[in-house]
Design a protein around this ligand. Structure first.
Ligand SMILES: Cc1cc2nc3c(=O)[nH]c(=O)nc-3n(C[C@H](O)[C@H](O)[C@H](O)COP(=O)(O)O)c2cc1C
Length: 213
């Protein structure tokens, strides 16, 4: 089946994108407004795109009734945000923070979540999250009614139990128990289904092919 993106309305393109580009880890983005009120919301248009500098990005759409979401407004105002990742144990609470609350509502309080101080930026991180990236705005790119917000990572927190070797920066990734977004509204997946596929050099591949005859 061919889907002609040039002919499809945005809503239909959205459905096709989010049901095929899966799973998507969820950036649980914590910001503060000018008065210091904390805001948190999930964004699954999210990934890492560079390591030098380390840059992560989220795609922030408009509010249903139009206008910028609080996350985008706060980042524009302060240039700072924290991206926390979502563990299976906090799925329900993450879902609560996606409610379209009025500006000035602290979603972390609403969801019964706890805050921990960040080290390089003012917005706090979420205590229930095993991974938090402290970010400052690197660049913002308007894309239609979305804005891609790129954040330069200034610091990373990983829960102690998931650090295998701090000197070598080895992380026990399955111990993070992260969840990703799957097809459609309300569907998620865990990240503990692993397969190990070795990488080959050209010489190793040639040797393997020769061995197989
Ligand atoms: C799992 C999940 C992922 C989401 N991903 C996005 C996203 O990538 N971009 C977006 O604009 N909204 C996304 N949303 C919707 C926002 O979280 C929602 O509009 C929220 O109210 C925005 O809050 P804010 O105004 O405090 O930023 C997502 C919601 C959920 C539940």
């Amino acid at each position: 089946m061919l889907f002609d993106f040039e002919a499809l309305p945005a809503r239909e393109r959205y459905k096709l994108l989010v049901s095929t580009i899966v799973p998507r880890l969820i950036a649980w983005v914590v910001t503060q407004d000018g008065a210091g009120v904390v805001n948190a919301a999930p964004y699954s248009f999210f990934n890492a795109f560079s390591d030098d500098p380390a840059v992560v990005a989220i795609g922030c759409g408009p509010r249903p009734e139009g206008g910028a979401k609080d996350t985008l407004g706060n980042i524009k105002a302060t240039g700072q945000f924290v991206v926390c990742l979502v563990p299976g144990s906090a799925l329900e609470q993450m879902n609560l923070t996606a409610i379209d609350f009025a500006p000035g509502v602290d979603e972390l309080n609403e969801a019964g979540l706890h805050k921990l101080a960040s080290t390089r930026v003012k917005p706090p991180r979420i205590a229930e999250s095993p991974v938090a990236f402290e970010c400052e705005t690197f660049q913002m790119v308007p894309v239609g009614h979305h804005t891609i917000v790129m954040g330069k990572v200034l610091a990373l927190h990983v829960k102690d139990e998931a650090v295998l070797d701090a000197e070598k920066n080895y992380i026990d990734t399955p111990a993070l128990d992260l969840v990703g977004r799957m097809h459609g509204r309300g569907w998620y997946t865990r990240t503990n289904d692993r397969v190990d596929v070795p990488r080959y050099t050209a010489a190793e591949w040639a040797a393997l092919k020769a061995a197989k005859g």
